[in-house]
Design a protein around this ligand. Structure first.
Ligand SMILES: [Zn+2]
Length: 431
């Protein structure tokens, strides 16, 4: 018998599915072979990522413990799933020290014992197969996932039947009638798997894949994606519907060429930002706003050392020529690959072996203009066109004249009024 949960028949607007997640251990427990790995810490992260990924499907998710430091009895964690639709306890595995196998990397899905009086075992096992496959494929384990059932070696509930769960969390969720499973995300005693699990981005990917698998298993459709896009109607006329689907009532029309703002996308339907309803996006095309041309970031400048240097379409001499550079030309390179450089002007690539890094000549800091007043001490002083007595005389100053000098060169000073230069040895600075 396969139990059909109510949310499966009503994926939209029906009952909200509720999941209880449990991170396997608290504090810093169960070191991996890769330094820095603790099962407790990484599985705490993973269950948080899984929580938000499941929430993306509109699933209500709670966790058994508030903080990583908090410990909780295993059976109580399973019992915490009372009233929920699913219980998952997240772990990574380790080989038995008495029988070490550092190569072991199979994801183990520990599922409920086969039970005749309920279907929670069917869900546990059915989902276990799906999640096992997902985890195996996402991590890329060498070994195939395993479905694992472990009976307690005593009659824990004293009902005379030896069918009780060995694992406390599964015992707990079974008591409250909730399908549950323990996910052993490969082995932290396997170096490759441990390294993989130590990467938070990998954990995010894993969480998303698991959430997708769970949602698919329970027939839950992902919540519409929030967007901010423009679409242009390409059909002659386009019906606006009250919901995302052709079976929904008509709410209006759009005509060819109209451009509308869409704020949500769901299964090929877009919700109009103005609130009028939904349109089928297959009868539209997205209007992409022209992006401003980005000014390439110049990483460095190089000077051509070969007499002629070919510019090529790509990295390597097998690419066709798009132009040439001549010796001593200076160009900006925005990207480098295999000792080839991409020109900032977009013409192509050049072999950097025929160039040298161009160092901008460092100009001495510009001198602030000299500004000083001088008094003529000679009885008469020629003003010349340039700084030197060979330059043409363009005027003269008399003794006692005070003038302002704005430039000095080889003992000559340039007059601020632009008339020319005077020999400063015939003057005295006026403070
Ligand atoms: Zn564990």
């Amino acid at each position: 018998m396969f139990y059909m949960p109510p949310y499966q028949s009503k994926p939209k607007g029906g009952l909200k599915m509720k999941v209880m997640l449990d991170a396997g251990h608290y504090g810093k427990h169960n070191k991996g072979v890769v330094s820095g790995y603790y099962e407790s810490v990484q599985m705490w992260k993973l269950h948080k990522f899984l929580k938000s990924a499941l929430e993306g499907y509109g699933i209500k998710v709670d966790i058994t413990r508030k903080t990583l430091e908090e410990d909780m009895h295993v059976e109580l964690r399973g019992r915490a799933a009372q009233g929920y639709d699913l219980f998952l306890s997240l772990h990574s595995n380790s080989y038995d020290s008495s029988n070490p196998d550092p190569e072991a990397d199979a994801p183990y899905m520990c599922v409920l014992q086969d039970l005749s009086w309920t279907s929670i075992d069917d869900i546990s096992k059915g989902l276990g197969h799906k999640l096992g496959e997902t985890i195996q494929n996402t991590i890329g384990t060498k070994q195939k996932y395993k479905i694992y059932q472990r009976k307690a070696d005593k009659d824990r509930d004293n009902n005379g039947i030896m069918d009780d769960e060995f694992y406390g969390v599964l015992k707990g969720c079974r008591i409250v009638g909730v399908p549950g499973l323990i996910l052993e995300h490969s082995f932290h005693s396997n170096e490759r798997a441990c390294k993989w699990l130590l990467n938070d981005n990998n954990l995010k990917t894993l969480a998303e894949a698991e959430a997708r698998t769970i949602a698919e298993y329970f027939g839950i459709i992902k919540l519409p994606e929030k967007v901010s896009k423009k679409f242009k109607v390409t059909a002659l006329a386009l019906t606006i519907r009250k919901g995302a689907g052709a079976n929904n009532g008509v709410a209006g029309y759009l005509v060819k060429g109209q451009i509308v703002d869409v704020c949500e996308i769901s299964d090929g339907w877009g919700r109009l930002a103005d609130g009028r309803g939904w349109i089928g996006l297959s009868a539209t095309e997205e209007v992409k706003e022209a992006k401003p041309i980005a000014i390439p970031f110049v990483q460095k400048k190089v000077k051509v050392t070969a007499s002629v240097l070919n510019i090529r379409k790509g990295v390597g001499i097998s690419y066709s020529k798009t132009g040439v550079l001549r010796k001593d030309e200076v160009v900006a390179i925005v990207e480098e690959k295999d000792n080839w450089g991409k020109l900032s002007d977009g013409r192509g690539w050049i072999g950097l072996a025929y160039t040298e890094v161009f160092k901008q000549e460092t100009k001495p800091a510009e001198q602030p203009p000299v500004q000083k007043k001088v008094k003529v001490t000679a009885s008469a002083l020629n003003v010349r066109k340039g700084a030197g007595s060979s330059h043409e005389v363009v005027g003269w100053l008399k003794k006692g004249d005070i003038v302002t000098i704005i430039d000095e060169k080889d003992g000559w000073g340039r007059l601020i009024d632009g008339r020319g230069w005077i020999g400063l040895k015939y003057t005295k600075e006026v403070k």
